[in-house]
Design a protein around this ligand. Structure first.
Ligand SMILES: [Zn+2]
Length: 160
């Protein structure tokens, strides 16, 4: 497993923090500073694995270091992150916004899978999913199935 990488990119008043690799015991947030205020976007597209030690480090880091005035936006959250979000309290601070997240689809016949990005306002809002997107299998051209339990996978929306 490659070492996780945390990188921060500042574009004027917009800050983007990118987490690549595994959120595991190897992750070290000690050098990662938050801006004092404004909005920080946390980009999770390249997050590939999460374990419980990593989650503990992550929650501690957010609880201790995040300034109260700083707003967090979570972008491109992968399935593994959404699954944790559904079971662990405090994984994202109160008032944070999920801007987009992936929804897994599959076609049983062709054994194919696809990650589909759902975006805030277009595809979901505070109340939940507006409508499940219809995704066609690239092999048989038939609609793919959701590769998760709908009421469980989207449960976090009502709570965040
Ligand atoms: Zn198919």
């Amino acid at each position: 497993m490659e070492k996780p990488i945390i990188s921060r990119l500042d574009k004027g008043s917009e800050y983007i923090l990118r987490l690549e690799g595994a959120l595991s015991e190897d992750i070290d947030f000690s050098e990662t500073q938050f801006p004092n205020e404004g909005t920080l976007i946390i980009e999770l597209d390249q997050l590939i694995k999460i374990n419980s030690c990593g989650i503990r480090n992550w929650i501690k880091w957010l609880e201790i270091k995040k300034p109260d005035q700083l707003k967090l936006i979570f972008r491109n959250c992968p399935k593994i992150f959404i699954e944790q979000l559904n079971v662990i309290k405090g994984i994202i601070p109160k008032g944070s916004i999920i801007e987009s997240f992936y929804v897994p689809y599959y076609c049983e016949k062709d054994d194919s899978t696809k990650k589909v990005l759902y975006k805030l306002n277009n595809d979901f809002d505070k109340k939940g999913i507006k409508q499940l997107k219809t995704i066609l299998c690239e092999f048989c051209q038939k609609p793919m199935e959701l590769d998760a339990l709908e009421h469980k996978y989207f449960a976090f929306l009502a709570r965040t």
